[in-house]
Structures are given as structure tokens and as C-alpha cells.
Design a protein around this ligand. Structure first.
Ligand code: GDP
Length: 424
């Protein structure tokens, strides 16, 4: 049946949440399939302004079922805090509209500690982690040293399993990092305070999705972060610890047989990057400050100032290729309205030669951006809703990107609100 994935093409923060919120109108089910609460989607609609971290962006639509799939890092503490926050803003969350996979692994309290301890050990070589425990979580998941959400329904088994994990993990905490060991009492408190709260939402979401698919329901897969943060295809090791690419959606969602016919890649009209690692097109100084301010580029989760730069055609083309994007949503075009001339990173200069191929991660540090300029449009475009009403220079900017990245730009977003969109 009809399945679509909404994915990030760049470093994340492209505005995926905003696109999912818009497009959920046409879908019955929205599934988050990877990642955890370590990034944020900002969604603005008639119900208010929301910073989502783990909850799927379909929770604002009546009748849409939202799923946290087995590929997600479910952090009961953070998830419950986010659920309480959203519910306090009059959004209803019930086991009918929010379902957590019983096969999703739980992010355990020590994962956050281990993230912090390892970043401290690395000092100036740190990865720039958001310290939400995501990397320790996924490494433990692949060692089969986590707890599945469904184990909460088997208390005796859960206690014995946690006792084993506790013994093992305390070795690392105390002997490797010299940190305090965890106790079973602390884990029991964690179960009581957080796991019990999310338990009513946990169920066999795989069976639910298979049924929904058989009934012809429309399913939307929602990704976190972007291509360049994908564990396998991103800028290693400055990636996240899961696969942000659409190809992972069937596995991480719980519907391995899904055929994702439509892959909407979200691209920002300029570049931003949070955290460490090579960022070839980075701008500095006054030029960067102006762009950061115009786009309000501060992290939804961390409040950190994002690194900024012009759109990077080389990285974006690569992002489109690895996502297998079938259409593009170009966001934040309105932010560029203040510029007379718009810089574009068209190629990289590497080893004295210009290239339009995205290099091996190690070579990125030696790559320099080749910048060309396109005309600005010099007026506010945020109220425009039709393609033909966009100033010619703005149309040309969009068409130039479309040609260079080789993918049809179907949506042009000119503001954060749900209806600030031009559909071509
Ligand atoms: P996500 O994680 O990919 O959903 O992105 P974020 O939520 O971290 O960042 C996108 C930010 O840009 C949010 O604050 C959105 O409200 C905002 N936004 C999205 N689209 C547009 C747009 O077209 N114009 C403007 N001005 N803001 C936008």
C-alpha cells in the first residue's frame, strides 16, 4: 500500500517535523523508525508551538495513529516528560493515538551517564554528543544488552534481566570511568517513576502495522536527523548511531515488508550543522551571525547556536542520492530574503582539483568550498502561496538547486506555520 518517508537530506534540522505536520492530513499512521530524543522537531500549528523530540509529528491530527517503532531509542524518562508537556498544551495522547513498540529497546539510566563520561574522557576529541545516551544505547542494543519495552509486562523476568545488566554495566562504570555504580533500588525507582507511566502505550505495533497495511491505510515514516548523520552513509564518526536513511524505515518501523514508494527529502535553503565534525561550507563572523539570526538557528533540544553556511550542492546531491529521494521539500527560503547576493557552495576544492563528488569522510577536512553567487530577490516572500507569485530570482534559486541536485522540488516552504507552503 501507499507508504511515504519524510527524511532529512543534510545534517538534520531541515524542518522535517513541519513537513510531517503538514502532510499527515493525508495519512492514517505516522511512524518514527530510528533515533531517540536527542534532536528536536519544532512544529507550529493551530494548537500552538511544540518542541517534539521523540513523539511522532502526527500527534496533532485527530484520527492519526502515531507509532514509536522498534528501531527507536525509547527513553522512558524523557518520553514521559515530553508526553506530559504536550498533554499540558491540550493535545490528547491515548493508547489509541500513540503506540510504543514492545520490541523497542529502552534507553537505560546509565546510557546518559556513559555518554557524558565518554565525552569528558575524549576532551578536545569529543564527538559533540547531545549527551542523551544515544551512542551507548545503540552499542548496547547491538550487544543485546538492553531491555525491550515489552519486558515491562513480565516483572519477574525483568528484575532478573536488569540484575544481570546491572552487574555487567557497573564493571564499565566503576572500573573504566571510576564512576559510581548503579543500584537495583535506583532501577526500581526508574521503573516506577517512568516505565509504568508509558506502559499503557506499549503493544505489538508490528501486528498493528501489518493489519493497517493490509487494510490499505496510508503510512508515513518520519526520520530524525539527516543523510549526513547516517551511521553508515554520513560523516563518520560525526554521525548519529542509527540509520537516518529511508531504506531503514521498513526495518525500524516494524513493517519490514513495506515498499516506500515516495521519499520526500527535506532540504534547507542554506546549511546548518550542530556539533563537531567537518562542515565544508561553514561561514564565520558577521556573515554567519546574520544568517543564524535570520533563520533563528539555535538547537531545539540543546539551545546551542548552530553552525551555518550557504546551501552545499555537493553534500545535498549526495544526501538525495543516499536517501533515494523522489521529491524535495525546500524549507526556509524566506530566511534568505535579506541577502542581495546569495552564496551557493557549488563544488569542493580538494587536492588542487574541483570536484562535485562528496568525498570520503577523512578527506572532508581538506576540502574547501567553491562559492558562486545567485541574485537575491530583496522582498518578503513569507505571505506568498503560489509558485507564479514568487519573485523571478527566488524561482531561479529554487530551479537552480533542483537542477544541480537532480530531484524535483515539489514543496517550497516560506515560513514555519502549517500553511506557509507553496506546492508546485
Ligand atoms: P526538524 O528537526 O528537521 O523538524 O527541524 P527543526 O524543528 O529542528 O528546525 C526547523 C525550524 O525551522 C523550526 O523552528 C521550524 O519551525 C522552522 N521552519 C520550518 N520551515 C520553515 C520555513 O519555511 N521558514 C521559516 N522561517 N522557518 C521554518
Amino acid at each position: 500500500m501507499s507508504a511515504c518517508a519524510i527524511v532529512g537530506i543534510n545534517w538534520g534540522d531541515e524542518g522535517k517535523g513541519r513537513m510531517v505536520d503538514l502532510l499527515t492530513e493525508e495519512y492514517d499512521v505516522v511512524v518514527r523508525y530510528q533515533g531517540g530524543g536527542n534532536a528536536g522537531h519544532t512544529v507550529i500549528n493551530e494548537k500552538g508551538k511544540f518542541a517534539l523530540h521523540l513523539l511522532p509529528s502526527g500527534i496533532f491530527r485527530d484520527g492519526v495513529v502515531n507509532i514509536l517503532g522498534n528501531g527507536v531509542a525509547v527513553d522512558p524518562q524523557n518520553l514521559w516528560a515530553e508526553m506530559e508537556e504536550v498533554m499540558s498544551q491540550n493535545v490528547s495522547l491515548t493508547p489509541e493515538n500513540l503506540k510504543i513498540s514492545d520490541r523497542a529497546s529502552l534507553l537505560l539510566p546509565w546510557h546518559r551517564d556513559l555518554d557524558e563520561l565518554e565525552e569528558q574522557r575524549l576532551k578536545d576529541k569529543k564527538f559533540g554528543s547531545t549527551k542523551q545516551g544515544i551512542a551507548p544505547f545503540y552499542s548496547d542494543k547491538y550487544q543485546k544488552k538492553t531491555v525491550l519495552a515489552g519486558e515491562l509486562f513480565y516483572p519477574e523476568h525483568l528484575t532478573a534481566h536488569l540484575a544481570d545488566l546491572l552487574e555487567w554495566k557497573n564493571l564499565t562504570l566503576t572500573k573504566v570511568y571510576g564512576a559510581k555504580p548503579y543500584t537495583m533500588e535506583a532501577l526500581k525507582e526508574w521503573i516506577h517513576d517512568y516505565c509504568e507511566k508509558i506502559k499503557p502505550y506499549i503493544c505489538d505495533t508490528g501486528a498493528f502495522l501489518r493489519d493497517a497495511n493490509a487494510e490499505g491505510k496510508k503510512i508515513l515514516f518520519e526520520a530524525q536527523l539527516g543523510s549526513l548523520r547516517d551511521l553508515d552513509y554520513g560523516i563518520h564518526p560525526y554521525t548519529t548511531s542509527s540509520n537516518t536513511t529511508a531504506a531503514y524505515a521498513p526495518i525500524g518501523s516494524g513493517l519490514p515488508s513495506a515498499k516506500v514508494e515516495e521519499i520526500i527529502g527535506v532540504v534547507k535553503a542554506y546549511s546548518t550543522c550542530v556539533g563537531e565534525g567537518p562542515f565544508v561550507c561553514e561561514m564565520f563572523g558577521d556573515e554567519a551571525d546574520k544568517l543564524r539570526k535570520a533563520g533563528f538557528e539555535y538547537g531545539a533540544k540543546t539551545g546551542r547556536a548552530r553552525r551555518v553556511g550557504p546551501i552545499d550542492i555537493v553534500a545535498t546531491r549526495y544526501g538525495v542520492e543516499v536517501q533515494g529521494a523522489t521529491a524535495i521539500a525546500l524549507t526556509k527560503l524566506d530566511v534568505l530574503s535579506y541577502l542581495d547576493k546569495i552564496p551557493v557552495c557549488v563544488r569542493y576544492l580538494l587536492d588542487g582539483k574541483e570536484t562535485d563528488r562528496f568525498p570520503f569522510p577523512v578527506a572532508l577536512s581538506d576540502s574547501k568550498p567553491v562559492i558562486e553567487y545567485l541574485d537575491g530577490w530583496g522582498c518578503d516572500i513569507s505571505k506568498i502561496r503560489k509558485w507564479e507569485d514568487l519573485p523571478k530570482a527566488a524561482q531561479e534559486y529554487v530551479l537552480y538547486i533542483e537542477k544541480e541536485i537532480g530531484c524535483y522540488i515539489k514543496y517550497v516552504s516560506v515560513g514555519p506555520e502549517r500553511d506557509s507552503i507553496i506546492i508546485r
